[in-house]
Design a protein around this ligand. Structure first.
Ligand code: SF4
Length: 210
């Protein structure tokens, strides 16, 4: 059995946006015990990772969840984060988990580079919406969409593209932003670098016009 490098890790199937049921957590705990995984990591992407295991153990755990790791997906939205939003947080203005779930429809759009999405239920932006490729946060009158943020080695605050959007409006605009980026960015160019060399008003004209 080949050893996986101790610094490598695999993401478990589910959960999305950090939402878990007691049944899911019990299944994870049972699988971890069965495969002698001593430690699991809750990642910044609100998922659960297992590290320091063998490739065989990872495959076996996936099988315990009734899934196989399968072929790598095309480059696109890497993950969607969501905060608790108006249902659970006293500061919430909009329902971020519900919007996050709806945004999953955009995960099939092929992109030049990976993109991260953060949906926050209010301007406090607990999902760091200003430093996500696609950031969204709620206010009393609707959603604000921010594009081109990055929290990595060369951080960038994203640009506000539009405000006071409905659920349908923000999803439609998010799709237009991603499609425009996909059509005009260089291969492997993240949204932050793309927006740095793009005229903001032209970008807005392209995604908001018509
Ligand atoms: S972003 Fe706002 S609604 Fe979401 S968890 Fe933070 S304070 Fe609450």
């Amino acid at each position: 059995m080949s050893e996986q490098h101790p610094k490598s890790y695999n993401i478990l199937p589910g959960p999305k946006m950090g939402l878990v049921t007691p049944d899911y957590l019990e299944a994870v705990a049972a699988a971890a015990r069965k495969h002698n995984i001593p430690l699991l990591k809750l990642t910044s992407a609100q998922r659960i990772a297992i590290g320091g295991h063998t490739p065989e153990a990872a495959a076996a755990i996936w099988q315990d969840f009734g899934q196989t790791e399968g072929p790598k997906k095309p480059v696109g939205i890497h993950y969607i984060q969501s905060c608790p939003g108006v249902q659970w947080c006293k500061f919430g203005r909009q329902d971020s988990p519900v919007l996050g779930k709806k945004l999953e429809a955009l995960m099939t759009i092929p992109l030049p580079a990976k993109a991260k999405v953060g949906v926050s239920g209010c301007p406090m932006s607990c999902c760091e919406s200003f430093v996500r490729d696609l950031g969204i946060f709620g206010k009393k009158n609707g959603w604000t969409l921010v594009f081109g943020g990055n929290g990595g080695g060369l951080p960038r605050i994203g640009d506000i593209i539009a405000q006071d959007l409905s659920d349908d409006g923000v999803i439609a605009l998010a799709e237009k932003c991603l499609q425009h980026y996909a059509a005009n960015a260089r291969k492997l160019e993240r949204t932050a670098r793309f927006m740095e060399r793009t005229d903001l008003e032209q970008f807005k004209g392209a995604v908001l016009g018509g």
